[in-house]
Design a protein around this ligand. Structure first.
Ligand SMILES: [Zn+2]
Length: 236
């Protein structure tokens, strides 16, 4: 039996038996499923660190094909998410997406970083929750290899672009968008927001603002683009 020590965040917890839990932890090296024996006993040292959305340092025993949690130290509990139903709902929504796009033995360093930053912003910054969610989704699509083309028209390379094409994954000029029914017209400000989200340093990703109308455009793009790339029907 070997042990591993890793940072990670609990992205799902299920009760098992009278006192145990089955956990899924997202680590920088992919998802790990593990059992936490006795984690629901009132005085268990595992109790705090095995809650949904707890980020911490985990020590795991590796068996032949299962992991068992030995000990954990809590780093961040995202307390503010737990006392605000709206915030918790958005946190749960982005967690569902994270569960769907991560696997075992995968380099998830950047995805984990984005996810933790997003949870931090939802928990601690007074910002429109839908706007946070849109930024998260677009950046996630970029990390997953679905970077939309944003510098020129995907079709004719014109720099005069003002439509977003879901079919062709990027911006289009007015002429090319006429032959594409799957486009929406976007403002200069929404276009700049998309470009910013693609290249911004991780820590500055959420440090910008746009008008409500442009937030709505961004939200539509983020939602339809994510659902089509991941082939899902996320409602939010
Ligand atoms: Zn064009």
């Amino acid at each position: 039996m070997s042990t591993i020590e890793t940072k990670g965040i609990i992205i799902s917890e299920n009760n098992m038996g009278d006192f145990d839990k089955m956990l899924t932890i997202l680590t920088p090296n992919g998802k790990i499923s593990c059992s936490a024996k006795g984690a629901r006993r009132p005085k268990s040292q595992l109790m705090a660190g095995t809650q949904f959305l707890c980020f911490g340092e985990y020590m795991l025993f590796k068996g032949s094909n299962t992991y068992t949690l030995n000990s954990c130290n809590t780093i961040e509990l995202f307390y503010n998410l737990r006392i605000d139903l709206d915030k918790l709902q958005y946190a749960a929504h982005i967690t569902k997406i994270i569960q769907d796009v991560t696997y075992e033995n995968q380099n998830t360093y950047k995805i984990l970083q984005l996810y933790l930053n997003t949870l931090y912003v939802i928990a601690n910054i007074e910002m429109d929750l839908k706007f946070i969610c849109s930024i998260f989704k677009i950046r996630l699509m970029c990390l997953l290899g679905f970077k939309p083309r944003l510098d020129r028209c995907v079709n004719c390379s014109s720099e005069e672009v003002n439509h977003f094409s879901f079919k062709d994954n990027g911006l289009k000029c007015i002429n090319c968008s006429k032959q594409d029914t799957g486009t929406i017209e976007i403002s200069e400000s929404t276009k700049n927001a998309l470009r910013y989200i693609e290249v911004a340093p991780a820590k500055k990703l959420f440090s910008f603002n746009i008008s409500d109308e442009n937030k709505k455009q961004l939200e539509i793009i983020a939602k339809i683009y994510t659902n089509s790339k991941l082939e899902k029907e996320y409602k939010m």
